[in-house]
Design a protein around this ligand. Structure first.
Ligand SMILES: Nc1ncnc2c1ncn2[C@@H]1O[C@H](COP(=O)(O)OP(=O)(O)O)[C@@H](O)[C@H]1O
Ligand SMILES: [Mg+2]
Length: 261
């Protein structure tokens, strides 16, 4: 059974058809890169998967469980949406850290809010806090920020901020971690440290969807690549094949603007 199964996903904004009959699946432990020019619908797709946008129709299954049925307009309580959202993590292009919180607090925050819903929260408050803190510290160490936990976002470089954002996304133990152009807001000398963290996650078989313009990275790290254009999946295949021997003319045309070296 696939970890993620997306079927017939459609999304309009007014007259614009942004996603047209999107179908794909993703196995547990696989990483999938999504490439395509600006405006092709990549961000909208990630936002639909993360419940930040509701699709007009189509379904999303995670681990065989129906998470979302775009055709059925049910009133879903906030709590329910939050629970479903937890299956996915999202790392944004512009980090989106809370500026008033330290790196450690940014990573701990969502777990702390969630912990309040636990039935044993009142009795085990201190213990739970200590667990959340230890988990956040481990994650920050894992992304190479052991010495930066007490820093505020504006005291960190873009690359460091993005690594905090990755640790924050991991803190909620998502089944599928999504990245929306995680390095495109960074100076070129800082992209390497972020890509290294994502590469390590791929090696640990984190299930991931990575929207990126880093073609060499996509080729080397992703198992498979999807090329999107105009709201449709034009081509999907093994990463090396799509980058080096694309089947479709539109993919070749797009890749001609990049040199994956
Ligand atoms: N909230 C929105 N309202 C109206 N149009 C939108 C909205 N978000 C995205 N779009 C449009 O949807 C299309 C796809 O956008 P997007 O998903 O951001 O593409 P990409 O991430 O591939 O650049 C674009 O034409 C964009 O202008
Ligand atoms: Mg985008």
């Amino acid at each position: 059974m696939a970890m993620l199964e997306v079927s017939h996903l459609e999304k309009h904004f007014g007259e614009t058809e942004v996603l047209k009959d999107i179908n794909f699946s993703l196995e547990k432990g696989q990483s999938l890169a999504i490439i395509g020019s600006s405006g092709s619908g990549k961000t909208t797709l990630l936002r639909c998967l993360n419940f930040l946008e509701s699709p007009d129709s189509g379904t999303i299954h995670v681990d065989g469980q129906l998470l979302l049925d775009g055709g059925v307009k049910t009133k879903t309580s906030d709590r329910e949406v939050r629970k479903k959202r937890l299956r996915f993590g999202l790392v944004f292009q512009n980090f989106n850290l809370f500026p008033q919180y330290t790196a450690l607090e940014n990573v701990m925050l969502a777990s702390q809010l969630l912990a309040r819903e636990r039935p044993d929260y009142k009795q085990r408050k201190k213990e739970i806090f200590a667990e959340i803190r230890a988990n956040a510290e481990n994650l920050l160490a894992q992304v190479g920020l052991k010495d930066r936990m007490g820093n505020y976002p504006d005291q960190l470089s873009g690359g460091q901020q993005q690594r905090v954002a990755i640790a924050r996304a991991l803190a909620l133990k998502p089944d599928i971690l999504c990245f929306d152009e995680p390095t495109s807001a960074l100076d070129p000398e800082l992209t390497g440290e972020v890509l290294k963290v994502i590469r390590a996650l791929a090696e640990q078989h984190m299930t991931m969807i990575i929207v990126t313009h880093e073609m060499a990275f996509a080729r080397d790290v992703a198992d498979e690549i999807i090329f999107m254009d105009g709201g449709v999946i034009v081509e999907r295949g093994p990463a090396h094949q799509v980058i080096e021997h694309p089947r479709e003319e539109r993919t070749r045309h797009f890749l001609a603007h990049y040199s994956a070296s």
